[in-house]
Write a protein that binds this ligand. Structure first.
Ligand code: MEV
Length: 423
């Protein structure tokens, strides 16, 4: 079995990269063709997935390499339109390997659905009446999904909150459902709807909303990593990164951008595997604001030896069964390439990518700045837009970068100068 450790993966041609991934994940020829093919998702399939379908919007699919998580090697499919994201994740995963890579844990796949009861006169007594009927409520909910029960999932518990609102007190019941390998939206929503009549009876009120909460704080994925200070360029870089973290932790304006960088990596894997990017985004940001002040999803500290220790913890409602993950041919392959056995394993891998992405951004920001890395890919696009021929592209890009003038007009001028020189 190949490891995910590569140096210069980006220097391979797209065909060579496909072969490496195919070998790593033992893909069949047909599967290999599917990832290479534009239009792997047919119009018919698209028409079955959404309403009013008129076409397909392809996004580049890449792989992050070098990830070692709990001692296991992963090649991680990422779908993103943003340059530098996959390179940064791969580079950071490489420097994280020295100390054994990433370590992960999770809280299990417990999803929350909320049932809102209004017009309840005795809210506190109603809360206790609901709690007293926990067994009955669990029976009703679990009758809705016998398969989930068979595999050990189902509604396990409930919590009842009295929520003060502009319209008075509401009794809000949270059902806690272990959704196993499903994201579970349909399951928990069906259960919440099935429980509404009994909740109305028990509260004497009126039930309105019955819907999952994306603040899936009983479904957390966690990852941590320790990076040798020498791998980062010395203790001064560790200090600079910790200072960048302290800034983000204290200031919501910076925290929003810090977390955006994390989500660059997270969303790309979520999308590649056909999961719900919006659910993950809303869960992440709500979790980041759970204390009342919006802050970072990661923490960064210095260890006793002067190394850098990073942690991430966030809601991770992703699944392997159901939805686009099982329908979209590329998403199915992404799951195969990942080689994950369960939804919680997928969630942990995604958390590691978020942590690596954050490290990459902070290392760049705290040292040379973000633009140099961005500029080489941006330069490629600019050169192509300026019509620079392939044999001149590298020289034009290098000169634009050294002049810090990565622009179409400058690319055209340099191209002209080089052509003159050649004559
Ligand atoms: C850009 O997509 C992401 C960054 O802005 C993240 C950050 O500032 O930490 C570079």
């Amino acid at each position: 079995m190949k490891t995910s450790k590569y140096s210069g993966f980006y220097k391979l041609s797209i065909r060579e990269r496909q072969s490496e991934v195919a070998e790593f994940a033992t893909l069949t020829e047909e599967e290999k063709e599917t990832i290479c093919r534009n239009g792997a998702l047919s119009l018919d399939a698209a028409d079955r997935m959404i309403e009013n379908a008129v076409g397909i919007m392809p996004v580049p699919l890449g792989v992050a390499v070098n990830f070692c998580i709990n001692g296991k090697d992963y090649v991680i499919p990422m779908a993103t339109e943003e340059p530098s994201v996959i390179a940064a994740a791969s580079n950071m995963a490489r420097i994280c390997r020295g100390n054994g890579g990433f370590q992960t844990s999770n809280t299990g796949a417990m999803m929350i659905a909320q049932i809102q009861a209004v017009n309840v006169s005795d809210v506190h007594a109603a809360r206790l009446r609901i709690l007293e009927n926990k067994k009955r409520l669990i029976e009703i909910a679990n009758a809705k999904d016998p398969f989930l029960i068979q595999v050990g999932g189902g509604m396990k518990d409930l919590e009842v909150r009295v929520v003060e609102t502009a319209l008075g007190k509401m009794v809000v019941t949270h059902i806690l459902v272990d959704t196993k390998d499903a994201m579970g939206a349909n399951t928990v929503n069906t259960m919440a709807e099935a429980l509404a009549p009994l909740i109305e009876e028990l509260t004497g009120g009126k039930v309105y909303l019955r819907i999952l909460s994306n603040l899936a704080d009983q479904r957390l994925a966690r990852a941590r990593v320790e990076i040798d200070k020498e791998e980062l360029g010395g203790e001064a870089v560790v200090d600079a990164i910790i200072s960048a973290y302290a800034f983000a932790e204290a200031d919501p304006y910076r925290a929003a951008t810090h977390n955006k960088g994390i989500m660059n990596g997270i969303d790309a894997v979520v999308l590649a595997t056909g999961n719900d990017t919006r659910a993950i985004e809303s869960g992440a940001h709500a979790y980041a604001a759970r204390t009342g002040q919006y802050t970072t999803l990661t923490t960064w500290e210095k260890t006793k030896n002067g190394n850098l220790a990073g942690c991430i913890e966030l809601p991770m409602a992703v699944g392997l069964v159901g939805g686009a993950t099982k329908v979209h041919p590329v998403a199915k392959l992404a799951v195969k390439i990942l080689g994950v056995q369960s939804a919680v394993e997928l969630g942990e891998v995604i958390a590691c990518v978020g942590l690596a992405q954050n490290l990459g951004a902070m290392k760049a920001l705290a040292t040379e700045g973000i633009q140099r890395g961005h500029m080489s890919l941006h330069g490629k696009n600019v050169a192509a837009m300026a019509g620079v021929p392939q044999d001149m592209a590298d020289a034009v890009i290098q000169q634009m970068i050294s002049e810090k003038a990565v622009r179409i007009d400058r690319a055209k001028e340099i191209m002209k100068e080089l052509t003159e020189k050649k004559k």
